[in-house]
Each structure stands twice: as C-alpha cells, then as structure tokens.
Design a protein around this ligand. Structure first.
Ligand code: SF4
Ligand code: SF4
Ligand code: SF4
Length: 286
C-alpha cells in the first residue's frame, strides 16, 4: 500500500471574540471610547468590562453592529463618550505653525508630515478626524473642519477607510516599538562604554564645568528661539482673532490626551517658558 501523501495545510487561528469586535470598529483610534485605541476597547467589550455604546465615530450604526454580534439590544450612544457627528478633517494654519512636532507625535495614523522647526501639513486622505492633534498644539493652529455634510458615523466612513486606518495604526505601533528598542540599545551601549575607572572619573570631573557651560548656552539659545516663535505666533493669532478667523479647539479630551497635554506643559516648563508666555490654549477641549 503506498504511503499517504503529505497534505499542505496552513493552520489559521480562529478569530477570538475581541478580534471579531475589533473588525466592526471604525479604527479612527480616537480614544473617545475611554481606551487608548480601538483594539483595547474591543478587548474590554470581549472581557465584559465595557459596554458596546462607547464609540462615537461608529455612531448608532456601530452600536447596532456590535449588538448583533454580541446578541445585545441596540442602546443609545453613551453621551459621556461624545456625540455622533459629521466626520471632520484636521487643517493646520501653516502661517501660525511653529514646527514643534507635537501634533505629529499625537497622530495615531501618521497623517501629519513635517520636520522640527518647519511648518507641518496634514494629508487629508489619511486623517481619521480623531481630534488628537488639536489639544497638544501650543499655538492652537489646528482646526477640525466637518467634511461629510449631514452624514455621520458609518455613513461618513467606509470599511475601506477603517481598514486603511487600522493598517497605518498598526504600522505606527511597530515603528514606535522598533525606535524604542533602538534607543534602549544605544543607551545600553553608551552605559557599557562608560565603565568608569578612577582615572576617567578624575578627568570627567575636570571637564564637567565646560560641558555644563556649553549645555547652558545651548539651552538658552533654544529658549530664545522658541520664545521668538511663540511671540510671532501670538501676534499672528491676535491678527486672525481681529478678523474673526482664529482656529478653534473642540470638545473634551480623554485621559490619554490629557496626559499628552500635561507632557507638553512639562516640556514647556523644562524649557523655562511660563504658561503665559505662549498664546492662550483652550484647556476645556474634549
Ligand atoms: S474609533 Fe475611537 S471611540 Fe471608536 S473604538 Fe476606536 S478609539 Fe474607541
Ligand atoms: S491629523 Fe489630527 S485629526 Fe487627523 S488623524 Fe492625525 S491626529 Fe487625528
Ligand atoms: S502642534 Fe501646532 S505648532 Fe506644533 S507642529 Fe503641529 S501644528 Fe505646528
């Protein structure tokens, strides 16, 4: 009897409940559900610790999709998470932007391009309208502009949009993880290279004052540049306000976004800038 032929079977792990819930979410990664992204919210629903009515970008249609999967009733969106609305796009007033890069760091789908001290621009095709770039901007120059007319929730967003946003978010997480690993490897290499001996300790203490002076000068120069940029932005904002055209931040922020704002404030403090030095920022966003 001939031996049985090998059968080439690729095993695919069955989807978990969290996977299936995640597939139904709009993937704007906006954090309005109270979780840092869509995936953690999906996991929380699957674990029974979050309700299926916490995603404003999905709107009532999103609640209905989740309700069908979970065998639960369709209930109204929880207003604590926000309201269903036409999808907005972020727009930067490039004449006010000081190139601080904080919006780029906040964008969950890498929809913003720019470099330090240069104006930043949003790629409209990639923007999910998540609002996350608005609160960290120290000169308040990002506005959210509704672009879908009366259409809201899933009527203003397609499955293709959701898949693309999810893909970009996943790639961003992978990039950040590899950047973190590279930074840790560099720090470890620096640490290993130091291996202080008695002689090198003596030498280091001899040169330390000169290094400190150089650092102080560099810090002072950086502060002066930022101060001048903020002053220019403040004047520009005053001019726009007189014309009734100043950008406006919107709505309340999640705990994660509040943490980003706090981090921006901390940076400002480290650079020696007082809160009043910068143009006024709307602290009641989100
Ligand atoms: S789209 Fe926003 S609110 Fe909806 S699940 Fe994703 S992160 Fe949460
Ligand atoms: S540009 Fe702003 S609103 Fe658009 S996806 Fe990025 S962070 Fe969200
Ligand atoms: S956060 Fe504001 S000022 Fe900073 S780069 Fe972005 S748009 Fe420009």
């Amino acid at each position: 009897m001939p031996p049985p032929q090998a059968v080439n079977v690729t095993a695919t792990a069955p989807k978990t409940l969290a996977d299936r819930i995640e597939d139904l979410l709009p993937q704007t990664q906006c954090t309005k559900c109270g979780y840092p992204a869509c995936r953690p919210y999906a996991e929380a629903i699957a674990a029974g610790v979050a309700s299926h009515n916490q995603c404003p970008p999905g709107g009532i249609e999103g609640v209905a999709r989740l309700a069908r999967l979970l065998g639960k009733p369709v209930i109204p969106l929880n207003p604590e998470n926000g309201v269903e609305r036409p999808r907005p796009l972020a727009v930067i007033d490039e004449s006010v932007c000081i190139g601080c890069t904080l919006c780029m760091q906040a964008c969950p789908v890498d929809a913003i391009v720019g470099a330090a001290k240069q104006m930043h621009t949003i790629i409209p095709e990639l923007c999910t309208g998540c609002d996350l770039c608005v609160p960290p901007c120290p000169v308040d120059c990002i506005a959210m502009i509704p672009v879908t007319g009366d259409k809201t929730g899933w009527e203003a967003w397609t499955q293709h949009d959701a898949d693309a946003a999810r893909d970009r978010h996943d790639r961003r997480l992978a990039r950040l993880a590899s950047e973190r690993e590279a930074a840790e490897a560099r720090a470890a290499a620096r640490q290993a290279g130091r291996q202080p001996t008695e002689a090198s300790n003596v030498q280091a203490s001899t040169v330390a004052p000169a290094t400190d002076d150089a650092t102080d000068n560099a810090d002072a120069k950086k502060r002066a540049i930022i101060q001048a940029a903020l002053e220019r932005a403040r004047k520009k904002k005053e001019e726009l306000a007189k014309l009734g055209a100043e950008p406006k931040n919107t709505e309340r922020v999640s705990a994660d976004v509040q943490a980003q704002i706090d981090a921006a404030e901390e940076r400002r403090r480290r650079l020696g800038l007082k809160r009043g030095d910068a143009p006024e920022k709307n602290d009641s966003d989100h």
